[in-house]
Design a protein around this ligand. Sequence first.
Ligand code: COI
Length: 354
Amino acid sequence: MADFPITRTSTPKPKPDEDNLAFGRALTDHMFLMDYTEGKGWHSPRIVPYGPIPMDPATTVLHYGQAVFDGLKAFRGADGTIRLFRADRHAQRLNTSATIMCMPELPVDIIRQSFDALVSVEADWVPRRPGTSLYLRPSIIATDVMLGVHPAHSYLYFLILSPVGAYYKEGVKPVKILASDTHVRAVKGGLGEAKTAANYAASLAGQRDAEKAGYTQVLYLDGVQRKYLDEVGTMNIMLRIGDEVITPPLAGTILDGVTRNSALTLLRDWGLKVTERPISIDEVMQAGRDGTLREMWGTGTAAVVSPVGTLGYRGEDILINGGETGELTRKLYDSITGIQYGRSNDPHGWTSRV
Ligand code: COI
């Protein structure tokens, strides 16, 4: 592991209660920073006490949203070993997002080293309770000070860490989602494939309205015809109709989810029929009515594998699998978390020890 300069905090924080870890509320004692200057490239990697980043009010990220991030987790296994899940793929995806947003890529090995170095410094912050983990949030933001609309010439990479429990208040119980034909998250040719602040900003109004109507999340439909399933915003979506697992294809409007890819790989390993194709909300609702929609679940780093118990659309609610977690959803959740916590074999080499 690379030796980065470390300035240690003189005021470590108390650790949060592991039985009540809300998502992303507690932040650890240190953070990793690195600067980019045009002509010089990436430089000055360092680990420093966690704290505010001073910023001029005219900093471009604050105005034009040139900001990308990723999210991955470190898990403490029963044997005490700390493992990162698919760290390379997350590092590569951060660069994919950066490219879409006209930002400079960071060498994947430096991103990886920043993960290992900061998690090692904060090893005590990796929680021990079952179902908990340490969430890593690597981000790149534009730091030019100017008000013209233009890709910036200077950037900051930062990595912060947060001990987390389940993302949804339901825990791993089925959630209610609402397919929206009024709110749009992304369109082809836009930013939908990037993990960038704008996509989350675009999801806020839909999320607010869904919550008001008693749902946990919004299922976004394609932005042009408002007909085909896209994604949920915090997770990709998968369904089991009859004996086939169907998920929307990677066609530029949805995120190339790491958990999505892991779930599809396992399902194919198990010999299931898996199809990545456009699927319309009408087809899903019809399958719900005639009983062939057997299971539906979301996949995401924060959400892991999250069963969907109710799907709402245009005033109709479909109860899926009696509102209970389906067998394949459960098997995927158990298999992925089994690999993450080191309880089962890792045939694809997805975990790396810190
Ligand atoms: C993740 O699953 O890592 C996400 O980024 C979803 C959300 C918390 C922003």
